[in-house]
Every structure is written in structure tokens, then in C-alpha cells.
Ligand binder design. Structure first.
Ligand code: UDX
Ligand code: ADP
Length: 457
């Protein structure tokens, strides 16, 4: 085992980009990323990476084959590494106790057992995937139950990168958080990990805490970000009823430096792999601690998000003369946000299902997420067309439902799009990224989110 060798188990949205950054910044370390999914690994070793992320291809190419390697041989990776990051998926449990809320830790536990089985020397194990508070303790117990007398230190090092800006977030993080056990071994392990990040992150941005504070901070960071979105989305509903304009309200409220302007964009609801899952984890933890009022408080953030998606679909039906049966609706954007092909928990999934439930025909266009959209809607009943061109999607459509904030949507020729559509033509801007006045002048009936509609009807 080389002291300067790192393994990451799990080559997903977190593991892949994070290890590519460590390899680029720490050329003296050998960084290996291992995954049981052979197709994913083949992707990481090819010109077409398995995930789309601006700047990622260049970053990977910088180190791949030099000190960055992708492999399916997890066992060998474990034997050779000193520091093992575990970044496998921790979905919400769908069965048994805690179903629908608690995290399913089976992939994590499998990895921990494999580490204990394969290790021949002491190692540092780093939690990279979000885990419930006090998970590190359980993992430590599994690792220490090895019969070889080996010692393992478990660190919590949550990832705060956001998709679409992963490379920039990794390069210049607001902070790096590392939690360790309050023991001499824990402290030594922590120093080894700090040393790696200190290659490019200023020391004052590297926070060290106890392991439970670190696990908790990850859940709370995501819960508070999601809470801001649900708060502003709840007010968008009120704006539509009262004549206030959500963009003006967001702007005015966000200018108070105590509130701050970020994460106050109203939309069709938050998606992504983390927010809902982490809040539900928090809710479950509160319930387990008999803190029912606290649990209900945070659960409302998720319930408000469900309401926002439903509200958007219902607004479409109501304004299109109470029926969309047999009508073609062009869906612009399926990814959960711009600049990613990821559709996990995307509001587009639920909204599409609701529209299909009303017997609409969907024509879906997304610049990066069409393959995922197809997989997400594979079981949905109804007629769905997947279009590689937005103008093709809009042809003969009665309405456009804009669901993702892709910049390119604002640059289309909407005169041409209008001419291709059935009349009256409707446009529901679920992200408020288009020029509504101009669209109205072209002839569209425009329904921005959280603002008064502009209609010719
Ligand atoms: C999030 C956290 O930001 C990141 O720190 C954590 O590590 C993982 O979860 P991510 O899911 O990639 O990152 O995306 P994020 O940019 O946070 O957006 C989440 C969702 O909220 C998206 O669907 C986005 O469209 C939506 N959103 C965001 C809004 O609707 N309004 C906003 O103002 C901001
Ligand atoms: P995240 O967004 O947290 O990175 P992903 O689902 O994108 O989550 O990635 C998790 C990866 O972990 C997947 O590629 C999956 O194949 C991998 N994985 C799950 N279990 C194991 C395991 N036991 N050994 C190796 N890789 C695993």
C-alpha cells in the first residue's frame, strides 16, 4: 500500500468529479475510482463521460491515465489504498421500517464489509455520500469487527457541490467540512485528509468538527436551501391571486442583506438527488427522537414542493378551457435544472405524469436529458414523443410548458414557434426566463409563474 493512494467507491455525480479534482490538484497522489457498474466505468474511460458537467471532460483528461484511474476492480482498489472515500448511492428506503423517509444504507454497508474483508493494513474511510446522523459510528463498528486486528478511522466529509457547477464548486468551495471522531486516531486521520484539500483550498475554509456535527450540517444545509425555495414558491401562489409579481417580491426581499438574494427564484419546484432525500432523512431523525413538531416543520418543505408541481399542472388544464385531452403539449426541459442531464426527482417527471393523466400528448425536448426522460417515463401511460429539436416539439402543439431553466430557451425564434403551433397558443413559463411581454406581442397567451397572465382571450 502506498501512503499516497486514494480510492473512491462509487463513480457517480459526486465521486467522479470530486476525484478528478483531487487528482488534478494533488499530482503526487494516485487516485482510483471504482464502481460495480461496468458501463459507467467504461464511460469514464471513454470520450463520452457518463455524466454531463461543464468543464469536467477537460478536468478528467488532464489526469486520466497519469494519476487518475477508473476501474471495476473494487477489491484491488481497497487493498492498495490508504484513504477510501465511499460515495455510493443512499436512496430513500422503499421498504420496511422508515420506508419513504429513512435512507437505505445497504450499498454503504456492503462497501464497509468489503473494506473490512479486503484490507490488509489500517485505513481511513471517508463518508462522502450523505448519511444519516450517527452513521459513521455504525460504520466504524462494522469495520472494527474485522478479525485481523486492523484499525479504521472513519471521517465525514460531505460534498456541497451542485450539479451544473460541480467543477467550479470543487475548485473554489465556500468551505470543506471534515468531521472526525474525538480520538487521537481520529485526529490523525483528519490531518491526513486536511493535507489533501490544503493543496488548493485555503486553510481557513477547511472546517473541522466532530463527526456528528459534520453529518448534521450536510442535512441542514440542504434542508435550509430547499426551505428557501419552498418559501418563495408558496408566495408565488399568493402573487398569482393578488396581482403582486414574484420576481419583484424576490428582488425586494433578497436585497435585505440579512435574507440574501440567492435561492429565491420561484419555479416549478426543486428537484435533484439531494434535497428531498436529505429533508426526509432529517424528518425521520426528528421522529426517531420524538420531536414531532420539528419533524412536521421540515416535512412541510417537501409537501409545499409537491403542491407547487401539482399547482403548475392544474393551472395549465384550467386555462386551456379545462381540458387538455388529445392536445399536444411541448415540454421544454426535463432536467431538474439547467446545465445537467440529470433528471433525478425532476419536477418534470411529476408534471408530465399529471399532464398525461389528463390525456394530453407530450412532445418533450431537452438538450441533455432526453435519454433519462425516456427512462423516467418508460412506465407512464399515454402518448409521448421525444424530440431532438425544440421546433419539432412545438409543431402543432397547443401549449408550451417550460420546466427547466436552460439558457438556450430564451434565444429561440418564438415568431417561428408561434407560427408552427395550434391557436390559441399557450405558453406556461415555469422558470420565468422568457421575455413575457414580447411573447404576448407575438400572439401567445403567456402564463408566467407567480405573476399575472398576459392573454388575448
Ligand atoms: C444541491 C445543493 O445545492 C448542493 O450543495 C448539494 O451538495 C446537493 O444538492 P443540486 O441538487 O445539484 O445541489 O442543485 P441546486 O442548484 O441546489 O438546485 C436544486 C433544485 O432547486 C433545482 O431543481 C433548481 O432548479 C431548484 N432551484 C434552485 C429553484 O427552484 N430556485 C432557486 O432559487 C434555486
Ligand atoms: P451520487 O449522486 O451520490 O454520486 P450516483 O447514483 O450518481 O450517486 O452514484 C453512486 C454510484 O455508486 C453508482 O455508480 C453505483 O453503481 C455505485 N455503487 C453502488 N454500490 C456500490 C458498491 N457496492 N461498490 C461499488 N460501487 C457501488
Amino acid at each position: 500500500m502506498d501512503k499516497k493512494s486514494i480510492l473512491c467507491i462509487g463513480a457517480g455525480y459526486v465521486g467522479g468529479p470530486t476525484m478528478a479534482m483531487i487528482a488534478a490538484q494533488c499530482p503526487e497522489y494516485k487516485v482510483t475510482v471504482a464502481d460495480i457498474n461496468a458501463e459507467r466505468i467504461a464511460g469514464w474511460n471513454s470520450d463520452t463521460l457518463p455524466i454531463y458537467e461543464p468543464g469536467l471532460k477537460e478536468l478528467v483528461e488532464k489526469s486520466r491515465g497519469r494519476n487518475l484511474f477508473f476501474t471495476t476492480d473494487v477489491e484491488k482498489g481497497i487493498r492498495e489504498a490508504r484513504i477510501i472515500f465511499v460515495s455510493v448511492n443512499t436512496p430513500t428506503k422503499t421498504f420496511g421500517s422508515g420506508a419513504g423517509k429513512a435512507a437505505d444504507l445497504q450499498f454503504w454497508e456492503k462497501s464497509a464489509r468489503l473494506i473490512a474483508e479486503q484490507a490488509g493494513e489500517d485505513k481511513i474511510v471517508v463518508e462522502k455520500s450523505t448519511l444519516p446522523v450517527r452513521a459513521a459510528e455504525a460504520i466504524h463498528r462494522i469495520l472494527q469487527s474485522n478479525t485481523k486486528g486492523l484499525n479504521f478511522a472513519v471521517l465525514s466529509n460531505p460534498e456541497f457541490l451542485a450539479e451544473g457547477t460541480a467543477v467550479a464548486d470543487l475548485e473554489n468551495p465556500d468551505r470543506v467540512l471534515i468531521g472526525s471522531m474525538v480520538t487521537p486516531e481520529g485526529h490523525n486521520a483528519l490531518e491526513e485528509l486536511v493535507e489533501i484539500y490544503a493543496h488548493w483550498v485555503p486553510r481557513e475554509k477547511i472546517l473541522t468538527t466532530n463527526v456528528w456535527s459534520s453529518e448534521m450540517s450536510k442535512l441542514v444545509s440542504n434542508a435550509m436551501l430547499a426551505q428557501r425555495i419552498s418559501s418563495i414558491n408558496s408566495i408565488s401562489a399568493l402573487c398569482e391571486k393578488t396581482g403582486a409579481d414574484i420576481s419583484e417580491v424576490s428582488h425586494a426581499v433578497g436585497m435585505d442583506s440579512r435574507v440574501g438574494s440567492k435561492f429565491l427564484r420561484a419555479g416549478v419546484g426543486f428537484g435533484g438527488s439531494c434535497f428531498k432525500k436529505d429533508i426526509l432523512n432529517l424528518v425521520y431523525l426528528c421522529e426517531c427522537c420524538n420531536l414531532h413538531e420539528v419533524a412536521a416543520y421540515w416535512e412541510q418543505v417537501v409537501l409545499m414542493n409537491e403542491y407547487q408541481k401539482r399547482r403548475f399542472a392544474e393551472r395549465i388544464v384550467k386555462n386551456m378551457f379545462n381540458t387538455i385531452s388529445g392536445k399536444r403539449i411541448a415540454v421544454f426541459g426535463f432536467a431538474f435544472k439547467a446545465d445537467t442531464g440529470d433528471t433525478r426527482e425532476s419536477p418534470a417527471i411529476h408534471i408530465s405524469e399529471l399532464l398525461l393523466g389528463e390525456c394530453a400528448t407530450l412532445a418533450i425536448y431537452d438538450p441533455k436529458a432526453l435519454a433519462n426522460a425516456k427512462a423516467d417515463l418508460a412506465g407512464a401511460k399515454g402518448t409521448i414523443e421525444y424530440c431532438s429539436d425544440p421546433y419539432e416539439a412545438a409543431k402543432d402543439a397547443h401549449a408550451i410548458a417550460l420546466l427547466t431553466d436552460w439558457k438556450e430557451f430564451a434565444g429561440y425564434d418564438y415568431r417561428k414557434i408561434f407560427s408552427l403551433m395550434e391557436k390559441p397558443a399557450f405558453l406556461f413559463d415555469g422558470r420565468n426566463i422568457l421575455n413575457h411581454k414580447e411573447l404576448f406581442e407575438i400572439g401567445f397567451n403567456v402564463y408566467p409563474l407567480g405573476k399575472q397572465e398576459l392573454t388575448h382571450l
